[in-house]
Design a protein around this ligand. Structure first.
Ligand code: NAP
Ligand code: SF4
Length: 682
């Protein structure tokens, strides 16, 4: 019997059936915006349909120009667009999966000066103040939702999802925070929810009954002035009455100051909000947010808290997620680690989405792992993220691969990242690579130092040097003092650390290390209830918006995070996650010092000169330890040696990952370039 019986139970919607309980949730990839990208979009969806998802939801398409997320953003409003969408629906239907088009009107979140909203109130995250919709514009917008649904049906979609969460137009209509109207669309909750219900009516009227209508309902707004539990339940029942087939979960507006999907959010952290809505209705309800592995999904369904599971990013990471779970191969799932680095960060930078752990995502036609006819022997030296990706892709294509690692374990810098509270998911990537090493019969040689003698003995056709990085040791007088610890030694050997600590370097690793130093005990990312208390989340929405007073966990030590730059700390962190790291360190009272010059280290502590507004002041931080997070340098001596004998050797030599370029040491780049290299080895 399958280990996940609830996950693989079909669902009968009356006029149509879903083959299992897994939905690929909506994710804007950047391929939706231009018709000439629809072949790529079709290939992307086809892989996920082939991979077993029962129902796929597209990225958001606006019903009209005023609803654009970005200027010239994705819309479905004219007949000429239908044939492009046909490519997508035909590709999905080849694999017994269903697909619905998400209709998303951005309202005041539209990143355009033409945006509109129930009231002319600017959002805190967009630069444009919206124009207030007139009553007749509201009525035409409702008709346009119906028009989009009708066009979607013509294009072969099995239904639509109405985006009614995350703070977009429908949510703006529902809440007094954004709706101050005094006409029949504002005031009482009955008036404020009329727009959502009219949208459903218009869609049913124009697209008919044999058409799936999913409504993504904001089950927890996480903003002041958001909906109460009673209002959410009233809306859920009214939507059911109006003919919605499935209620999907939305958590948090984009302007919320509580993280909802980043890696430090515990798995299934918001499922109680879904269960609360499920208890009010008879139609199927979908759980979402930070569900990335089949055991978590199965537990939710088995406990009766939801009827379906939606995952978006996990399908970028692994299109075959469903088939692997069904075939008892869950250990082969390439798990989404919720880093946002290649997906949402790209979307917010207006770039095509992809995935840090799967660079083929949204590049299915461009990056292909074609089986080889003439297998070669590929020797990969270094089993960090770049070496692992290269070894696995080469082996998957049919090459004979030997992977050599000097340590007694694989994973490189990912092992260090996994030590940070809130980054436990990085263990999953290492588990995945271990499973792939076994599956593809990669000859893994641990605790082995690769040198010319070993290469001559193994006689490979290709040598890939991915020997990674070492911490940069800055030239500060006293740097050899016993107080000084590199981040690498701190996280791998875990030496005792004193009560007062200075962290040098405020890049991604300086922030991570500061989080490590200011937490004690079990990571709240592994305990949903503790995490909710820490962030002030009231999943029962007993207060409007579901916000409670946060319960702070004080840091066990005093930490200073120092940088030489005078710019804001954490300015270079990623867009969708950087604010969370800054908020955590603020909660932990970490003292940020910029414009610092390091003068020396001795028994007294760290001597610095701080310059601010042209005024310099010398200080001594009486610290017990100094942790170096001052960047990395490439470890590439072996490559240089091999290059020098390249003309006389019988193998090609390649360099990837941090060993090639430590300046932008970043796993996304390392895995992508290593995968591309492996895809090209012939
Ligand atoms: P980084 O971002 O380059 O930061 C190192 C910091 O050290 C610099 O910002 C620099 O700041 C300082 N520094 C450099 N040379 C120095 C010197 N000689 N003396 C004193 N200070 C010096 O690198 P990182 O923090 O090691 O992170 C590496 C990469 O890992 C990042 O680029 C990122 O892609 C990835 N990462 C990201 C995250 C995340 O986003 N949360 C977490 C971990 C890792 P000043 O010159 O201003 O002092
Ligand atoms: Fe998940 Fe990170 Fe990949 Fe996005 S980039 S899908 S968050 S692993």
């Amino acid at each position: 019997m399958n280990s996940y019986p609830h996950l693989f139970e079909p669902l009968d919607l009356g006029f149509t059936q879903l083959k299992n309980r897994v939905i690929m949730g909506s994710m804007h990839t950047g391929l939706e915006d231009r018709p000439w990208h629809f072949s790529k979009l079709a290939a992307y969806f086809e892989e996920r349909a082939k991979g077993g998802a029962a129902l796929l939801i597209t990225g958001g398409f606006s019903p009209n120009r005023a609803g654009d997320l970005l200027p010239f953003g994705s819309k479905l409003m004219s007949q000429w667009q239908v044939p492009f969408h046909r490519k997508v629906t035909d590709a999905v239907h080849k694999h017994d999966s269903k697909i619905v088009l998400q209709i998303l009107h951005a309202g005041r979140y539209g990143y355009t000066p033409l945006n509109v909203a129930p009231s002319a109130i600017q959002s805190p995250i967009t630069p444009f103040k919206p124009k207030e919709l007139s009553a007749s514009q509201i009525e035409s917008t409702i008709r346009q939702y119906g028009r989009t649904a009708k066009l979607a049906k013509k294009a072969g979609y099995d239904g639509v999802e109405i985006m009614g969460s995350e703070g977009y137009l429908i949510t703006q209509m529902l809440n007094e925070r954004t709706n101050r109207r005094t006409d029949e669309w504002g005031g009482s909750y009955e008036n404020r929810m009329r727009f959502a219900l009219e949208v459903v009516r218009s869609i049913r009227e124009q697209a008919g009954d044999d058409f799936i209508v999913v409504f993504r309902l904001s089950m927890l707004d996480l903003v002041e002035g958001g909906s109460s539990a009673e209002e959410i339940a009233t809306l859920a029942r009214a939507l059911q009455q109006q003919g919605v087939n499935i209620l999907n979960t939305g958590i948090g507006w984009h302007e919320a100051r509580v993280p909802t999907i980043v890696t430090s959010v515990p798995r299934a952290a918001f499922v109680e909000a879904t269960a609360r809505v499920k208890a009010c209705v008879d139609i199927p309800v979908v759980a979402s947010n930070r569900i990335n592995m089949p055991d978590v999904a199965e537990d939710i369904l088995a406990s009766g808290k939801a009827d379906l599971i939606a995952m978006a990013r996990p399908f970028l990471a692994d299109p075959e997620w469903v088939n692997k779970a069904q075939e008892g191969r869950a250990d082969e799932i390439n798990t989404c680690i919720a880093c946002n680095q290649a997906c949402l960060d790209h979307t917010f930078e207006n770039k095509r989405a992809s995935c840090l752990v799967n660079p083929r995502a949204c590049h299915e036609l461009e990056l292909q792992y074609t089986p080889v006819t003439d297998a070669q022997h590929v020797m990969v030296i270094g089993a960090g993220p770049a070496g692992l990706a290269c070894a696995v892709v080469a082996a998957q294509r049919g090459h004979k691969v030997t992977l050599v690692e000097s340590r007694d374990h694989i994973g490189g810098q990912f092992n260090l990242a996994a030590q940070i509270p809130g980054k436990e998911e990085f263990h999953e990537t290492i588990r995945y690579f271990n499973a792939m090493i076994r599956k593809h019969n990669i000859d893994l040689k641990l605790s082995t130092l690769a040198d010319e003698a070993l290469i001559n003995e193994l006689k490979p056709d290709h040598v890939v040097v991915s020997t990674g990085v070492k911490p940069r040791i800055p030239a500060i007088p006293g740097i050899e003092h016993e107080k000084v610890i590199s981040y690498q030694r701190l996280l791998s050997e875990k030496p005792p650390v004193g009560q007062r600590v200075a962290v040098l370097g405020a890049g991604g690793i300086g922030f991570d290390v500061s989080e490590y130093l200011t937490h004690e005990g079990k990571s709240t990312s592994l305990d949903a209830s503790a995490w909710q208390k820490e962030w002030g989340v009231d999943v029962n929405s007993t207060t409007a918006g579901g916000l409670a007073v946060p319960e702070l966990h004080p840091s066990p030590r005093e930490v200073w995070l120092l940088q030489r730059k005078t710019s804001r700390h954490g300015k270079g962190l990623n867009k969708t996650t950087g604010w969370v790291h800054r908020a955590v360190l603020k909660m932990k009272n970490v003292q940020m010092l910029g414009g610092v010059e390091y003068l020396g280290i001795d028994d007294q502590g760290l001597h610095i000169r701080v310059t601010r507004d042209d005024i310099s002041e010398e200080r001594t931080l009486d610290v017990d330890n100094i942790i170096l997070c001052t960047g990395q340098e490439s470890v590439s001596e072996l490559y240089q040696q091999l290059e020098s004998v390249a003309e006389t050797s019988n193998f090609d030599v390649h360099l990837v990952g941090g060993a090639e370029f430590a300046g932008e040491l970043d796993a996304k780049r390392a895995i992508r370039l290593a995968s591309e290299l492996a895809a090209s080895l012939n």
